[in-house]
Design a protein around this ligand. Sequence first.
Ligand SMILES: Nc1nc2c(ncn2[C@@H]2O[C@H](COP(=O)(O)OP(=O)(O)OP(=O)(O)O)[C@@H](O)[C@H]2O)c(=O)[nH]1
Ligand SMILES: [Mg+2]
Length: 222
Amino acid sequence: MEVKVYANVMKANDRIADQIRTLLDKYNIFAINFISSPGSGKTTLLESLIPHFISQNIRPAVLEGDLATSVDAERIKKLDIPVHQINTGSGCHLDANMIFHPIQDLPLDTIDLLLIENVGNLVCPTGFYLGENMKIAMVSVTEGDDKVLKYPLIFHVSEALILNKIDLIPYTNFNKDKFYQYCAQVNPKVKIFEINAVKGDGVNALVEWILERMKRTEPMRN
Ligand SMILES: Nc1nc2c(ncn2[C@@H]2O[C@H](COP(=O)(O)OP(=O)(O)OP(=O)(O)O)[C@@H](O)[C@H]2O)c(=O)[nH]1
Ligand SMILES: [Mg+2]
């Protein structure tokens, strides 16, 4: 019975996510769902990425998922691009229903790339397809080198993995060899980018990779 209830919830989510996908296709919008633990650096990465996309004539917009505040949306607003904050209350992830109307409130005909920052959580957002083209996962070095191994699901379904806060490696016991070993175990195909989101180190390579990926627009379902 429990399994059946869960299956129905997922079915309802996927039905709405498919409608979102159809809408994004209509406007030729590529969408990325960013997932990480709280504080790994998702918003900082978006702040760093967005000016690069604008300089390449790619017009971004952002959906910010958070439990309670609009702190992240306020940060993105300073970049003068369309942004909506979605507060989930006690919800630990975004689902398709939550973003369905906010997406329609965006000026879709002026957007090429939709960047979705999910609620900070390495587990719950994984199962919820939002109509995105791909998921990008992030871990920061201060979380430890074993997160890929301990929370494998998100790394299974992500096309890229960002290792953030590499500037802090000298101050932690983060073991890069172990990290890469675990990544190879969990998802040998995942593309890994080492980044310092504050300084922007490593961001160029990520931008180039995303631009290439945008040329292949197929959506990725879980
Ligand atoms: N040293 C260092 N600090 C970073 C880096 N990236 C982010 N930070 C800092 O980490 C903190 C959290 O960054 P955010 O970008 O707010 O993290 P987030 O993942 O968006 O957090 P939530 O939205 O709460 O899940 C901030 O103080 C950032 O300045 C980095 O590469 N190096
Ligand atoms: Mg954030």
